[in-house]
Design a protein around this ligand. Sequence first.
Ligand SMILES: Cc1ncc(COP(=O)(O)O)c(C=O)c1O
Length: 356
Amino acid sequence: MSRFWSQVVHGLTPYVPGEQPKLGNLVKLNTNENPYGPGLRVLEALRAEAADSLRLYPDPNSERLRQAIAEYHDIELANIFVGNGSDEILAHAFHALLKHDLPILFPDITYSFYPVYCGLYGIEYIEVPLTGSFEICVNDYLRPNGGIVFPNPNAPTGRALALSEIERLLRANPDSVVVVDEAYVDFGAESCVSLVKRFPQLLVTHTLSKSRSLAGLRVGYAVGNAELIEALDRVKDSFNSYPLGRPAQAGATAAMQDRAYFESTCRKVIGTREKLVASLQSLGFEVLPSAANFVLTRHPQYDGKELTAKLRERSIIVRHFSKPERIAPFMRVTIGTDVQCAALVDALADILRKPV
Ligand SMILES: Cc1ncc(COP(=O)(O)O)c(C=O)c1O
């Protein structure tokens, strides 16, 4: 606390990101990064930007990148917004589109940045409980609201909502903005980008941090009706006109264009996930069905926090959430390579062999 702080700062409860350890020899399964690095085309594009042109500001509208994204989704340029990670885009969306008279709705167990944005922008919200099996139930969102936001698949549960259910939600909420955060959609859920042409209130956010192996570059994008995109542009241009540097624009453009590499890494991560789920189950773990690059899992005899600590002693880091209470018994495990996941399974088997 300081007397120099603006009033708003006193009331902020910032988001706490997962640990980025300084030690190199850890099996890092805690922040949902891709275990495979970016493809060669991306690396070449990045190298080409390490040039004299860095003295010049980048394109403020990231037109080439937006064009590549528009082509990928078969949609118009005017429907695409890009930002410095999807976190920045979500922040702009909360600011530009979700602050109205009524509280917004999001699940009680979800991405923990959402209440942080509400705190930052003074937005009222209601946390809608997931079902007993940790699913989003659309019927619970059929009530007056100032907007709706949720990830699909949800995080940190990994559970996905069917496209038909999202469409039902949109039909029932024609007058409020619905933000679907598709950070993990490429690992097995149905994208609702195809609904953007029919539902002007839908904004879909994506990130290049997960399925496109570029967490270190900080690039995300949103797809939505041109009116929604204009609102985001207005906020962006009142905040930072150049959110993406030249390397970020070039690397992200190459990543969007290299479909073959993207598809092959997604397939590998999904294959490893299926093997990991089977191994965890054979050790007696309950694993929530996941359409993401992580699983939420618990063991009947062990507390999630304790297991996380025991794994850490064995140089494996996974993520534990002590809140909300309902997920405290679980740990969230990012899908790594086959070798990393095998190391995790061996470590867990070893922990379980020892008396509680
Ligand atoms: C559900 C969800 N949305 C958005 C993000 C933000 O991703 P980024 O800012 O790296 O694009 C994350 C990151 O972990 C996430 O889990």
